[in-house]
Ligand binder design. Sequence first.
Ligand code: ARG
Length: 572
Amino acid sequence: MDMMTTIANLLADTIKAVWPDAEGLPVADELRGLLAVPPDPALGDYAFPCFRLAKPLRSAPPKIAEALCAAWKNEGTASVQPVNGYMNFFLNRANFAAGIMAELQEKKDRFGSGEEGKGKTVCLDYSSINIAKRFHIGHLSTTMIGNSLKRIFDFLGYETVGINHLGDWGTQFGKMVCAYKKWGKKEDVEERGIDAMTELYVRFHKEAETNPALEDEGRAWFKKIEDNDPEAMEIFRWFKEVTLKDAARVYDILGVSFDSYAGESFYNDKMEPVVQELRDKGLLTESQGAQVVDLSEDNMPPCLILKSDGATIYATRDLAAAIYRQNTYHFDKCLYVVAYQQDLHFRQVFRVLEKMGYPWAKDCVHVSFGMVSFEGEALSTRKGNMVLLEDLLSQAVTKARDIIEEKSPNLENKDEVARQVGIGAVVYTDLSNNRIKDIDFRWDRALNFDGESGPYVQYTHARCCSVLRKAPDFSGVTPDWNALTDDEAQALLRLISRFPDVIREAAAKYEPSMITRAVTDIAQAYNKYYYEHRILDGEPAQAAARVALTGAAKTVIKTGLFLIGIEAPERM
Ligand code: ARG
């Protein structure tokens, strides 16, 4: 529990003790909201303005403050002083430190974890790449936000299901198979993978301009895929395999995994009953030959279910997928980590589920996010300046390797650390802002070891590890928590004590960046502490306390980095 909540609870008890019968008094939650941090530290760590109690108690605020202070029994937590209608709290700093350190000692790297998710399941649909397309920088956010949210919910005790909803359905795959049959070479696709497939696709479109009959052939091949024709399916499956092998390499580098790869084609045989259900429930209407669900009451364009040729589309598959996931996993939340461009699509799908009468439709959440530009330039496949994720990551590692070579020429496992730092720099950038904001990726910022960056936080973690390595064995020494009453130690302790709440807020808002912020603040606070205090000097009991604080900072930074999907090297 963070300190403000503790104080608010004790204050609520005190108010109750002084005025047991008074009505209309604020409860603990409200009191917490009323607690303030005085601008002048001489006025205490927290202050409670008693004005809010004046009316229900029909008394003057200075009197109330005095009565409350006289009745306060929790000197061990904070001493109090009435000033001008305020009740000012001065934390018992040594006890505060002792409390947090005891909790850390007990929970260690589970500090901040919880059980509140026990028995509940969260499905997360993230990354969700498309077959025969390369993994580019645009896929970074969905992959890393999804990965982080999965770790956060895991940490809070939820059962999580990571789903890569593959884009493996559509007429383009018929064209691709058709082009392969005409011009493709097995060795070529084996060697160059997706690039070879893309070339086939591009050639198909070029030739179709002068030879329109090709389009029919392409459609015929797609029909074969739909009908499970062995030859068509063999090629298509192989394309899928090649794409997934490519992606697996990137997932491996990023440390990302999935529990399911059930993508669009997985729902081929699961849509018929959904369409029938829509029809039975009277939700389908015809519009220019197509079957749609009218959403005009909701001020949305109709949700297309069947095209005029009877073919299903993206939304039909998402309806089937949501129902399948609810029936299979009984999720309490189903999160769709997808760019904001698909905002309308998800609003439509969720609304249709609601109209179908599924109460759990409200548990489907579109976790949307902004665009990534690169060094100030918008990226697009059409403009041909798309940055491939694998290239970006390997450049990051190379650049990190150069910096490490310069900063720590004697480091033993430079390659390994360069990998952790390079990838960390990219992931940190991606998760450093409110997810809905657009991101501009810049090398100088991402790899700035002194700025707010992944490497900076990792470096602080390594610094903590180095202090711990140098520290003598204090196992027989009882730490003197009075050594942690200075402003810098207290600032750090406060951030650490808030960390469990930050994790919960990040989960509630689906916002990993809150954890990025928290680990950065903790790293900054530790560095400030490190520069102003000689950790290993002085009496063993005092040094032991400062070393323990270092250990606490290390643990929390490592956990925070883990929750956003970044590794924490012990030496840098
Ligand atoms: N493959 C899609 C795309 O790249 C994203 C799929 C998101 N998930 C979903 N259930 N629709 O745009």
